[in-house]
Design a protein around this ligand. Structure first.
Ligand SMILES: CC(C)(COP(=O)(O)OP(=O)(O)OC[C@H]1O[C@@H](n2cnc3c(N)ncnc32)[C@H](O)[C@@H]1OP(=O)(O)O)[C@@H](O)C(=O)NCCC(=O)NCCS
Length: 157
């Protein structure tokens, strides 16, 4: 995508990441949760653009890898930038990384109501492998979670 750059997430990004998260999610991760994950070895990428001569983080992804398996823990695009291809571009970047690290499969969990994310994952080739009843807190009560996996990383476009 034009003007879009990726770089590794660093601790100093976490306040901005937390703000983007809270603008996007009904039950957002807190700064402390991001920090704990970071300290536990979660990795992250930020997608940036230049905006008024400064770097603007438009979205991010956080994942954790063990041997040849990776789990996508979080992906988020600033609301004003959604539906313009940034989410797909971030996932493409993760797939590129997975290919270079010989990752064989990627897992993720998603709320059953999150149709835009589900559509994005399925368009890449993720397949539903399990349902987790009442897995997530919801605005009222609880909500089911779906577990998806990508069993083989597609070749580079
Ligand atoms: C899910 C999310 C990352 C997608 O990012 P995005 O930049 O809006 O997505 P893109 O513009 O790259 O769209 C990619 C695909 O997603 C799907 N999609 C995106 N927004 C959609 C919407 N509102 N309705 C239906 N499908 C949608 C489409 O299949 C789209 O395919 P296309 O490129 O052929 O049109 C973004 O909506 C987001 O940050 N949501 C809040 C956080 C979240 O729910 N994260 C996922 C947690 S599991």
């Amino acid at each position: 995508m034009k003007d879009l750059r990726f770089r590794k997430m660093v601790k100093a990004d976490l306040p901005v990441i937390t703000k983007i998260e809270s603008d996007c999610q009904s039950h957002p991760w807190t700064l402390l949760q991001f920090l704990d994950g970071f300290n536990a070895g979660h990795e992250g990428w930020v997608a940036c653009k230049d905006y008024e001569h400064r770097e603007l983080i438009v979205g991010f992804a956080i994942f954790s890898s063990v041997l040849d398996e990776s789990t996508l823990l979080n992906i988020c695009v600033r609301p004003a930038f959604q539906k313009q291809g940034y989410g797909r571009a971030i996932l493409d970047r993760l797939l590129e990384q997975a290919r270079s690290e010989n990752i064989e499969s990627i897992f993720l969990e998603v709320r059953i109501s999150n149709s835009s994310a589900i559509r994005l994952y399925e368009s890449i080739g993720f397949e539903k492998i399990a349902e987790r009843r009442d897995y997530y807190p919801a605005i009222i009560g609880r909500e089911d979670g779906l577990v998806y996996s990508l069993k083989s990383i597609p070749d580079a476009p």
